[in-house]
Design a protein around this ligand. Sequence first.
Ligand code: CA
Ligand code: CA
Length: 124
Amino acid sequence: MEVKVMLCFVLFACVWYADGCHRPSIRHLRSLEYPAERQEGSVEKNGGHYSVTLQAHPCRFDTYDADRDGEISKREVQAILGIAGETDSLFAELNIMPDDGVIKPEEFYAKVPQIITQCLDTTN
Ligand SMILES: [Ca+2]
Ligand SMILES: [Ca+2]
């Protein structure tokens, strides 16, 4: 019983806190931490392949996952490659299972060797 009361109190406190203070959301904080000016490269589309120019490794998941949460959001790709049609298009192709709206490592590594020029798997 006491636990339930405690949980109710905690929940109430959380709701009150979130409503009362207009503190920036985590998402907002992250966008401050990784502004668009951080752009380090660009993407061009040549035929069926994307040519990704990057200072960092264009074939590594970590390069794009700026906040290291294990998934790549569209904003993270835009932060690195710029806000452009090619960026959206590349994101859409890498996001094989689009329902979650993010690119998971398994999606990334399944697709990147096929569509990014610098990462093409030449062993096949
Ligand atoms: Ca991320
Ligand atoms: Ca996905």
